[in-house]
Ligand binder design. Structure first.
Ligand code: ADP
Ligand code: MG
Length: 256
C-alpha cells in the first residue's frame, strides 16, 4: 500500500516542484517504488523528470475527468527511475469542468486507488493555490510536506494552508496530517535564515524535518537538462540533501 504525500504551499517559487522531483529521485535511489503526480498545469515537475509535456498521450487532466486511467497515462522518468503522471496547461481547464462531476474533490484519490499496490510512495506536486486541484491532492493524501524558505515572510500564509489542512482533515479526509515543514534554499551564512530556522524548530518542534535543503545552483540548473538534480549531479550538496531527505521519509513511514 502506497503512502501518499502532497508537496504543498500556496506560494509560488518556494521549492515545491524541486522538492517533488528530487525527493522522487532520492527515494528511487533508496530502491523505493515512486509515482510522482504532477498536479500543476505549469507541468514543471513533468519537464523536470525529463518528460515532454507537449507530447502527452494522456495526462492528469484526462485521469481526473475519468477519460483515462493512471496505468494508461503514467510514464517512466528513465533518468530518475520513477513513474510520472504528467501534466500540461490542459489541466487548468479541469478546475471548471470538474464542477459538474460527482465527488469532485475525490477524483484524484479514486484514480490513485487502482495503482496503490504498485508503489511505496506517491508524491503529489501541488499548484501554488488552495484550489480544487490542491483540494484533490489533500483529499488523496496521508500527509503534507510543506517546503519553505527561511525568510521573514515565510510564515505569512502558512496559517491559511494549515487552516485548509485542518478543514480537509475534519470534513473530507480524516487521515490527513502535516508530516513536516522542510527548510529549502537554505543559506547558512545568512543570520536571518538561522533565526527563522530556529523559530520554526521552537514553534513546530518535531514537525520540522531534520534534513535541511541548501541553496544549490546544481538543483536549479538540472531542469534545463531534463534531469532531476539528484541524477544531474549526484555528488552536489543539493542532491545529497534530497537523498538524505528520502531516507528521513523512509524512516517516517515506518511509524505511520
Ligand atoms: P515552486 O514549485 O514552489 O513554484 P520551484 O521548485 O519551481 O518552486 O522553485 C522555484 C525556483 O527556485 C526554481 O527556479 C528552482 O530551480 C529554484 N530552486 C528551488 N530549490 C532550490 C535550491 N535548493 N537551490 C537553488 N535553487 C532552487
Ligand atoms: Mg511548481
Amino acid at each position: 500500500m502506497a503512502k501518499i504525500f502532497c508537496v504543498a504551499n500556496q506560494k509560488g517559487g518556494v521549492g515545491k516542484t524541486t522538492t517533488s522531483v528530487n525527493l522522487s529521485a532520492g527515494l528511487a535511489k533508496l530502491d523505493q517504488r515512486v509515482l510522482l503526480v504532477d498536479l500543476d498545469p505549469q507541468g514543471n515537475a513533468t519537464m523536470g523528470a525529463g518528460i515532454n509535456k507537449a507530447g502527452l498521450h494522456a495526462s492528469t487532466y484526462e485521469v481526473m475527468l475519468g477519460e483515462s486511467d493512471v496505468r494508461t497515462a503514467r510514464q517512466r522518468s528513465e533518468a530518475g527511475r520513477f513513474d510520472v503522471l504528467p501534466s500540461n496547461r490542459e489541466l487548468a481547464g479541469a478546475e471548471v469542468e470538474m464542477v459538474e462531476l460527482d465527488r469532485r474533490e475525490s477524483r484524484l484519490k479514486d484514480a490513485l486507488a487502482e495503482v496503490d499496490g504498485d508503489y511505496d510512495f506517491i508524491l503529489v506536486d501541488c499548484p501554488p493555490a488552495l484550489s480544487m486541484l490542491t483540494l484533490n491532492g489533500l483529499c488523496a493524501a496521508h500527509g503534507v510536506i510543506i517546503p519553505m524558505q527561511c525568510e521573514y515572510y515565510a510564515l505569512e500564509g502558512l496559517s491559511d494552508l494549515v487552516n485548509t489542512i485542518k478543514k480537509v482533515h475534519a470534513n473530507l479526509n480524516p487521515e490527513l496530517k502535516i508530516i513536516g515543514l522542510l527548510r529549502v534554499m537554505f543559506d547558512p551564512r545568512m543570520t536571518l535564515s538561522q533565526q527563522v530556522s530556529a523559530q520554526l524548530e521552537q514553534h513546530f518542534g518535531d514537525k520540522v524535518f531534520k534534513t535541511i535543503i541548501p541553496r544549490n545552483v546544481r538543483l536549479a540548473e538540472a531542469p534545463s537538462y531534463g534531469l532531476p538534480g539528484v541524477n544531474f549531479d549526484p555528488s552536489s550538496k543539493g542532491a545529497q540533501a534530497y537523498i538524505a531527505f528520502g531516507a528521513e521519509m523512509v524512516e517516517r513511514i515506518k511509524h505511520m
